[in-house]
Design a protein. Structure first.
Length: 144
């Protein structure tokens, strides 16, 4: 068992902070992946419309053209849904960031408390040492 319970608490809080940081970074990567999906969808939509234009230039049946437009509508819907997914992923990332930063503050507070206790212990040891030296000096003085 650890001699100082605060060191045990600090280790626990540090581990927790590292896990929360990793959760935050995962959420950030998810946001980026969702953005890439949206970019791909948008590019596919642009390419598909260009393909429709080329096909229409050589002549196309009305029903076939209607099917193309319907598919473009589905692509638009997919882009809207992907935008919503980005918004949701960004919200999760922001929540995880806040949680991680709060945990980071807790860890720093414990580190500060440990430093303060160590400083107090050093001061106490210095006072004891000074007191012992004064006592020793007094004994030498009175022995003469």
């Amino acid at each position: 068992m650890a001699r100082d319970p605060l060191q045990t608490v600090l280790r626990y809080e540090s581990d927790k902070e590292q896990k929360l940081a990793e959760y935050f970074y995962q959420a950030q990567r998810n946001v980026e992946a969702q953005r890439q999906k949206l970019t791909q969808l948008q590019q596919y939509r642009v390419d598909y419309i260009e393909q429709i234009k080329q096909t229409a230039a050589s002549g196309v049946q009305a029903t076939r053209y209607q099917q193309h437009l319907s598919f473009v509508g589905k692509l638009d819907l997919a882009c809207e849904q992907q935008t919503q997914a980005i918004t949701q992923a960004s919200s999760v990332a922001e929540q995880r960031k806040v949680t991680w930063l709060k945990q980071q503050q807790r860890k720093k507070a414990i580190e500060k408390l440990i430093q303060k206790q160590q400083a107090i212990a050093v001061q106490r040891a210095n006072r004891i040492e000074q007191s012992e030296m004064d006592e020793f000096a007094n004994q030498l003085f009175y022995r003469r």
